[in-house]
Design a protein around this ligand. Sequence first.
Ligand SMILES: [Zn+2]
Length: 585
Amino acid sequence: MAFALPSTPSQVLEWDWPRFKTYYDELSSVRLSQDRLEAWMADWTALASLVAEAGNRLKVALDLHSDDEGLEARYTAFLESIAEPAQAAEQVLKEKLLSSGLEPPGFDIPLRNMRAEAALYREENLPLFTDHEKTALEYDKVVGSRSVSWEGKEYTVTQLVGQLSGADRPSREKGWRLAMDRVLSDSPAIDATWKSLVDIRGRIAANAGYSDYRAFAWRQKLRLEYSPADCETFRNAIEEVVVPAARRVYERRARRLGLKVLRPWDVSVDVMRQTDINVDCFGRPALRPYKDVAELETRIEGVFNKVDPRLGAYFATMRKEGLYDLDNYKGKTPGAYCTDYPASRRPFVLMNAAGGAGDVDTLLHEMGHAFHAFRVFENPALKYHQLWAYPLEFAEVASMGMELLASPFLTKSQGGFYTEEESARAAIMHMEQFLLFWPFMAVVDGFQHWAYEAGPDGAAKGRDPGACDAAWSGLWDRFVQGVDWSGLETAKAKGWQRKLHPFHYPFYYVEYGFAQLGAVQVFRRSLADRAEAVTAYLHGLSLGSSVSLRGLFEATGGKFAFDAPALREATDLLEERIAVEEKKL
Ligand SMILES: [Zn+2]
């Protein structure tokens, strides 16, 4: 058959649905047979890649200028008039493949996933998914438009962090309160957006025959290798093993700062990143790893080359082809992510560099995702796009694993960012962040499990923003111990509104917890033999979804786990490494 599709994906950005539809119609009209299967799958991959790339390119354009109404209109038009019918057309092809009984080689996992998705598919949910996406964009608009006036100048809430992280305690408190007041003033708008989202999710679940959204989301996220009960086991293990280690992190911080009690601004001045450590606790000037984004790019490329020249080459390609946008500016969507342009076989990275040590970790993280994309796109065994869709639980092994693999190469003597002493400080803060992350993840995960349970009136408990505040507070007190929030009860209770995931990506969070464990396992291996560990890491990344979740973890030399002994091994390693780095101070 071999389609005559455009060779440059940018050409299809202007296409309307009928032009895409011609190709979908052609694919669905083919009589499938063993002989035709491979060509048909290849054509499907080419078409699906173009549609996905067009959507991702429009989303990136909007995220770089989220205050641009023209770009917003273009993206929402794409969602409605192309993404929605394309999803329906994709479904026709999936059903065609499933009903043919044909199995492309190496396709067990995608077929398993497709069967699960087919069982969940309801046409009446498509407009609800679009509605969901548009409603979630309201959250971005509110968050993206925040600025505050500090010492006579306007800053985004993210930019203010750069001004405050090295400041004295009274200034940090003042800046933190200023930013928090600004953020809290949006609560009514975010309450309303959240209620709409919970309603839409409830309708989506009901349409698919599920009594609650969690049961639906579980199937939708293809969580076929672990259960809600396993997540509860994981949270309980975190409470048992990691919460005490996190408390020790806070105790060390208080001691270093000479404080009896830690307040939130002693840990982080970024009110939107609730577990990040970005306040220096060593009584030394804040780490300023780079002057500007150009320096950040140059140095990080050197670091990747030290870890493995293959990584340096991937980064050089991204640099040459303009496949990232690192600076922070007004109107740009907050946070950081990596997306992909599958027709071009390339990733794209967006982040908001503000000048601190956290940016180096964020860039390493997102580049780990980007390397994953390169590995998958380059693997000749992964012929079809379904095989590129690796599970999210493993995606974060690529990113968090990269943060740790690069950590020994961040000194200036290695071409990186820091003196030996600064590198030790950065490593301590980074590993302490890992220890603080698991409990925070347990809060975000526990909150979402709670939010979709039916309350006494039968409606999801999360429908009531006041109840959400109380639930979040309760989880916070259980898991995050060692920082005093007294007098800041509203700010504490509204913490769920400062987390993007429950708004945009419901239930997507525990993945980070599982993956962090996998990343520490990769790191552990690299301390014994780096070359072997990096090779295993790159091998695991190249497998896409050709093997199970367990298989992916095992390919990198780790184990997919959520029990207390596995967590204890990782927690002990991090605490040992922190002690080693402390000797360098
Ligand atoms: Zn990530």
